[in-house]
Ligand binder design. Sequence first.
Ligand code: UDP
Length: 238
Amino acid sequence: MARPAFKRILLKLSGEALMGSGQFGIDTAETDRIAGEVKRARDAGFELCLVVGGGNIFRGLAAAAKGFDRASADYMGMLATVMNALAVQNALERAGVDTRVQSAIPMATVCEPYIRRRAERHMSKGRVVIFAAGTGNPFFTTDTAAALRAAEMGCDALFKGTSVDGVYDADPKQVATAKRYESLSFSKVLSDDLKVMDASAVALCRDNGIPIVVFNIREQGNLAKVLKGQGVSTTVGG
Ligand code: UDP
């Protein structure tokens, strides 16, 4: 599968990416480093918008397993993503990148509400838009929010930053002979239940022809490299 030329992408950052080597919360240095990755990509001429997760602070499903009401727990999870979005915004603005945060759950004193056409306008002015609060609905994930926003914003690809450099046939941290896929079809990811993103996110990308690029966000300079088609990654497509 030849790598398509990307101009506008959505970057999905899990909450865990912001933890650095910690076990919980936001690591400022790591958040600054990731902001540097986004800046480098932006400076290379790519248009970026971001969806941030909240798993470093609160996961609805985990709390529900301990007795929380699932919907309430999911709302708490969505609020956690807003905290992360503000942290990423702060880091980006310190790096000199103009940004806006838009939340799917309106909170006027904290950030803008999600308005697609307004987000579009921000992006056309070179701003990085950070989408917070997932889809705004419980029982969803920020992976699905990422696929949804990527479709709405007309993104050429959804970039999923992880701690490994692609999708493997076994866990590369456990199995030394694990093989990385260069490319994969949506149907293989779904039928083999490969842990790329959750199934509804993968199906949404498939239905809208948005490739998913899985790459290592922990490697310095890698986002811009992969965007230019030079780095190591796995592309899930057609
Ligand atoms: N969440 C939700 N609806 C959404 C997106 C997220 O209810 O559209 C909640 C859900 O409880 C989830 C939490 O927010 O566990 C944090 O998001 P996620 O687990 O996707 O974050 P990540 O794993 O990417 O850090």
